[in-house]
Design a protein around this ligand. Sequence first.
Ligand code: URA
Length: 198
Amino acid sequence: MSALTDLYEEIERCQDCELGKHRTRVVPGEGPEKTSILFIGEAPGWHEDQQGRPFVGPAGKYLEELLASIKLKREQVYIANVIKCRPPSNRDPLPGEIQACSKWLKDQIEIIRPKMIVTLGRYSMAKYFPNQSISQVHGKARKQDDIIYYAMYHPAAALHQGSLRKIIETDMLKIPQILAQAEKLTEAEAEPQQLSLF
Ligand code: URA
């Protein structure tokens, strides 16, 4: 058993908020335990709730196309959500639900130790870019401690709002270069706690 599979068993038993009563399946997240990039979406939708896997509906198909544009397959990255259970009728997650679920994401990050966390949409962005708006921070990287945080629009938003497509596609294309630069930043890492890359 890997650390992640042990964690999935714990998440599957979770009843720490009301969402546990309504779910069909928990959607803990999926991907390799050793990977450089962790993508964090919002919450499972209908398809994810049925299958117990993140990003398997239309937004997931688009995310796979975006990953392909930087020569990555979904199996090579870790994909998680802020919330592990589907909110009824896909409503927005409530602050108490986000709070109750945050321990699982924290554990996932500790196990995976990604070099880069890419937030998809405003709920995951709010965790790492508090009090900022996505229109200002998308496509910009910020390094804190050992992790680069990078905000993108949610793929579902880009599917519904055509004007965001070009933006999300351009932001995705910047990821390989940011990762490559991160590898070179080892001296800078020792000094400031926060470092703006772009
Ligand atoms: N949207 C998300 O934020 N997460 C999913 O898993 C699916 C759609």
